[in-house]
Design a protein around this ligand. Structure first.
Ligand code: HEC
Ligand code: HEC
Length: 337
């Protein structure tokens, strides 16, 4: 076929119409204007929070939709059109400087969000998110209500779990520090309680652990591990004071496994976040070693590692001697049962 003006004009038109059909009309025909299985209407405080979210440009850094290729917070559920039923304007966003928030509800406790909104560096020391303290107390409470609603009915279910454990945690805390630690440890399954640290507390391991601690934990547990980081005033029950843990741990239990379990899973219902999506297991053992050697002043790495030998650490592989003789655990002395 020879090219002519008519063919060019009609041909181009055809391409444009086909493209419009595929990208505009086809989706419009297929989008069902009905709520999805997790959708629920927003309550008035949540709606107020949504307006604050819009006014403060949260959408410039946070999306609210999960695509099939996504991986990260909330990626277990791919977004459906019905999730945005009656959302005008919708807050899909096109930029992910921060994580997607479509399933954020119930990921953290309210007090984690409170400290985080006042200054994100309090709970995430390396965060670049701006501080929103200027929104004021009432505004922050509305924002928290909105964020905890993200994920609809799924978020409500997660919040119910958060609230149940929150009450338990507060009740335990108010029964006194010893009872509180006992409650905390009652959440650790037996196999983890008798698991020694898998990674020897070498100088290199403790140095790596210090870096992890500074990047993730220092805002709450504080530079000296006493639980008095800058987030502490906004958090209840407060961050654990590691320096008092020693008396609770010496009873034939291994600290490494307990710390590992708590750091990996967090303490649901409190501000203590889970780290299983942020930290590889080697980093969790390292930060546990750092806490043990520097704050609790014990070591429990008597059993040689079954993992890859740490010989690559070379001359740094000798045990740390910073603290005067950290003691191995003595089975059968006081503490938690
Ligand atoms: C300049 C970009 C930016 C802006 C603007 C911003 N954020 Fe963030 N946000 C981030 C980054 C980066 C993170 C990840 C680090 C952290 O947790 O602070 C984050 C994390 C979060 C998290 C925690 C997610 C999780 O579970 O780990 C929430 C909730 C959140 N932002 C809400 C908001 C809200 C609400 C606003 C508006 C009031 C907002 N953000 C504005 C960048 C931003
Ligand atoms: C947003 C604040 C916050 C951050 C960040 C945080 N924690 Fe916690 N952590 C807490 C709170 C609060 C508790 C106590 C919960 C309770 O009292 O019920 C806790 C409890 C713990 C416990 C349980 C202690 C025990 O004996 O069972 C460990 C271990 C722990 N945190 C380690 C860490 C480590 C390691 C990091 C960093 C990787 C970290 N935490 C980050 C707030 C935080």
């Amino acid at each position: 076929m020879r090219s002519s003006e008519a063919i060019i004009v009609w041909g181009s038109l055809l391409v444009v119409v086909a493209a419009m059909f595929a990208t505009v009309y086809w989706p419009v025909i297929n989008i069902r204007d009905e709520p999805s299985d997790i959708w629920r209407p927003l309550q008035s405080q949540e709606e107020k929070g949504r307006l604050i979210y819009i006014a403060n440009g949260c959408t410039y850094c946070h999306s609210q939709y999960i695509r099939p290729q996504d991986w990260g917070i909330g990626a277990e559920r791919i977004s459906q059109s019905g999730d945005y039923y009656r959302q005008i304007p919708h807050l899909l966003g096109s930029q992910r400087t921060g994580p997607d928030l479509s399933q954020e509800g119930g990921e953290h406790s309210d007090d984690w969000h409170r400290a985080h909104f006042i200054n994100p560096r309090f709970t995430r020391p390396r965060s670049l998110m701006p501080a929103f303290a200027y929104i004021g107390e009432e505004g922050i409470e509305s924002l928290i209500a909105y964020i905890q609603s993200l994920g609809g009915k799924d978020a409500d279910q997660r919040m119910a779990v958060q609230n149940r454990f929150h009450e338990e945690a507060i009740a335990a805390w108010e029964r006194g520090p010893d009872e509180h630690i006992r409650w905390l440890h009652s959440r650790v399954p037996q196999p983890w309680r008798i698991m020694p640290s898998e990674t020897p507390a070498t100088r290199a391991s403790v140095a790596r652990g210090e870096k992890v601690y500074q990047d993730y934990c220092i805002g709450c547990h504080g530079p000296v591990g006493d639980g008095a980081g800058p987030a502490a005033p906004y958090i209840y029950p407060p961050p654990v004071n590691f320096t008092t843990l020693r008396r609770h741990l010496i009873d034939g239990q291994y600290i490494g496994g307990i710390l590992y379990y708590q750091i990996m899973n967090g303490i649901t219902g409190t501000a203590m976040p889970y780290h299983k999506k942020d930290l590889e297991s080697a980093k969790i053992w390292d930060v546990g070693n750092y806490i043990m050697v520097n704050f609790i002043n014990v070591r429990d790495d008597r059993i040689p590692s079954a993992g890859i030998p740490v010989s690559y650490e070379g001359r740094h592989a000798k045990p740390v001697t910073k603290n005067p003789q950290p003691e191995p655990i003595q089975p059968g002395k006081g503490g938690v049962r």
